[in-house]
Design a protein around this ligand. Structure first.
Ligand code: ADP
Ligand code: CIR
Length: 355
């Protein structure tokens, strides 16, 4: 019943997008009337619709991207609009992506980005992964979520050594524990209105949970925005340690599960901004001076960096601390993505220290 209601709202969604004349979203820019006409009656193999992809962006005209893929097949069925968004976001001239390549992990060419320990509070690198045989949130059932959780947890529980840990389902976790884990930047919650409008919190908290090792330096989010988010993080600026740990986790998980990939797109994710490497390498960094400079945004653009607040996307900075990460994830290798972030952060540190 819910699914039928949702399908019939396409015209209304389109109308509100037309009325959102000030929207700067990539959806607004690339879903032209001609494209809308050609795509409006199409359906994916999973039964997903254009409405399922654009609902969040139409209901939230302040979206940056504004479109999600309702399932892996959307990247084919709705390619006309999604390809345009992808090329724009990742700054690539055609939709193409190299084979995964993590570089020589024993000789990365970077180590601790802030040996003095003055500016970088913590470092985190994450990737998203999707089970090859399931859709994304708009087309998932409660049963799908439970089955995916089971498969993910089974794979996670096979991890060894430093990656060995325990799984904590959200269902049954006390609100106090949830709040503490979230405030400490380890856990997600259901407060992102963009993701909410995209069905990201349907059946909440069923099927959701977090896995982590003893030190909380390796974590995995289960059924948040993506089916899995593999995360490596620690205090300070040692990007090499964080990256190496993540690569190890990716390699071990790949042996246990089959992830959704597409020839020219790399790994598939719910949001087109995460395709390809799916990698976001970030630092929480104290930059009270640089962040106040009039050309802060230009510096970020020049180095392909994205600045976020410290409680995640769409949050504010606190005390001059920003989350600085690589913006592009597609059309470059994992090693190139992390290197892009490293170069940009080095420049930001140089500017802060000389300001
Ligand atoms: P993602 O795209 O990785 O899901 P979000 O912006 O939603 O990113 O952030 C997820 C969580 O990770 C938030 O709690 C955020 O504060 C935390 N986080 C991101 N980068 C860092 C970092 N370098 N150090 C500590 N926590 C971080
Ligand atoms: C937006 O368009 O602003 C949101 N839908 C978020 C887009 C990128 N972020 C993400 O995938 N987490």
């Amino acid at each position: 019943c819910k699914k039928i209601d949702k399908m019939s709202d396409l015209e209304e969604l389109w109308k509100s997008l037309q009325e959102a004349v000030n929207s700067k979203s990539l959806l607004k820019k690339h879903l032209t009337p001609a494209r809308y006409e050609r795509l409006k009656n199409k359906k994916t193999k999973f039964g997903g619709t254009l409405a399922d992809c654009i609902r969040s962006g139409c209901k939230n005209p302040d979206s940056g991207v504004g479109i999600y893929a309702c399932d892996p097949d959307a990247y084919t069925t709705f390619a006309e609009v999604l390809d345009a968004v992808i090329m724009d976001y990742h700054k690539i001239e055609k939709v193409a992506h190299p084979q995964p390549s993590f570089g020589d992990v024993n000789n990365l060419g970077f180590g601790d980005l802030d040996p003095s320990g003055e500016l970088i509070v913590s470092t985190r690198v994450r990737v998203g992964r999707s089970h090859a045989s399931y859709g994304f949130p708009p087309v998932l059932t409660k049963e799908d979520r439970v089955n995916m959780e089971k498969a993910s947890v089974e794979a996670l529980q096979s991890l060894e050594g430093e990656l060995h840990g325990q799984y904590f389902p959200l269902d049954g976790m006390t609100p106090e524990t949830q709040q503490k884990l979230t405030a400490d930047h380890f856990l997600f919650n259901d407060s992102d209105r963009f993701l909410k409008a995209a069905s990201g919190y349907d059946d909440w908290p069923t099927g959701r949970g977090i896995y982590f090792n003893q030190d909380k330096t390796f974590l995995c989010w289960v059924n948040e925005e993506d089916h899995l988010r593999l995360i490596s993080m620690q205090k300070g600026g040692n990007l090499a340690e964080v990256y190496r740990r993540l690569v190890k986790a990716i390699e071990q998980m790949e042996k246990k599960l089959t992830f959704a990939k597409k020839e020219n797109m790399g790994y598939l994710t719910f949001c087109p901004s995460n395709l390809g490497t799916t990698m976001r390498a970030s630092v929480h960094i104290k930059i009270p001076k640089v962040s106040q400079m009039p050309d802060f945004k230009d510096v970020c653009d020049r180095y392909n960096l994205q600045a976020r607040g410290i409680h995640g996307e769409h949050t504010e900075s606190v005390g001059g601390v920003y989350d600085i990460s690589n913006k592009r994830r597609m059309g470059l290798t994992e090693f190139e993505a992390v290197t892009e972030m490293m170069r940009g952060v080095n420049e930001i540190i140089r500017l802060e220290k000389s300001a």
